[in-house]
Design a protein around this ligand. Sequence first.
Ligand SMILES: O=C(O)CCC(=O)C(=O)O
Length: 366
Amino acid sequence: MAAQLDDDDDGWAPRTIPRRLTKALSDALAVLPETAPLVPRRDDYADDFLGFRRAHLRRSGGPVVLRLPELAAWRANGRWRRRDFLEDPYLSDVAVRPSRAPYVPDPKPVETADGLPPAWTTLGAYVADEFRGDAPTLRAACEAFAETGDARKACAAALRAPPPRVVFQRLTAALAPGLLADVSPPPPHFAAPTGHRPRAFVQQKSHVADAPPFAVDADPGARPLLREDDDCTMKQFALAPALSGSPPHIHGAAWNYLAVGRKRWFLWEPRDSTVDAFAASLGGEEPLPFGTPVLKWFVAEYPRLAVRPYEVVQEAGDVVFVPAGWGHAVLNLEPSVAVAFELGFPSLNDDPNAPTHGYMVVDLPS
Ligand SMILES: O=C(O)CCC(=O)C(=O)O
């Protein structure tokens, strides 16, 4: 029997899905297999920030989860965790381009809001329609979970609904001055090492170039998205409904701070992060293409991988550090508000026209 859907949410779950059901599903999906190597949680670095950077900004450092006490005083932390954050007027008119995963253009763009080009909408409209509205994916999953108690079957049922879309985009002064101010200056942990000169994020040009009246450059082909005065750190704002997320991909080192929600992370060492390595892990089968909704990847491909990823569940307030070249995927267990700081591309790929996200076959220095 399908679950009765009543309205007992706590302000962060989608309005029409009972909180106890989303919690039960989220808890079931948060169980990591016993065979998973775990990403370590380290609190002892909080007092030894330089030591942490030395150990982890080099390729040799592994991923790590940190809860940094000093982030409590950071402006983004104070504002984004508030219950009424999404209703704040400084957010509602921000132009956003929802997609089914970070870095993946959406083949079925959302309705165009007045004055915005196709595929773009306002954050206010996205939040109402997709983030806090009656999310069909989560509803289907909750109903299936109530019937079967089986998280995997619940996910398979959810896959029959359209995949939830995320907002995951660069914070620029032109697009989102208020949000940018919230993360500026960033805590020192999030800055790229001095002298770090990453490549421009060529692939993302299209995401801003077609966004008049917010276009940041008249000649999108010429201007790199990262400038030297960005401190070589790209800040990205992320709003992600439950059961959305990122399929496996790689890029430079990144910090991910979660203000609200819960995310399950999957990480692979650089040598296991190439297309060839994924195919080998699947017994020679072609991996699902980048852009496949992460829920589908989680149901169809993840259980069959011979090389088990490192895993962790990131709770609100946690920072996940992903070193350069580590493949990673994310499944949002609850609606999430986050910011990702990418520190750039320490010569992972020398071709400036090469795609910067997605599966990449790269020669990693040993
Ligand atoms: O939170 C997510 O969905 C993705 C985060 C991520 O993959 C990244 O920042 O590179």
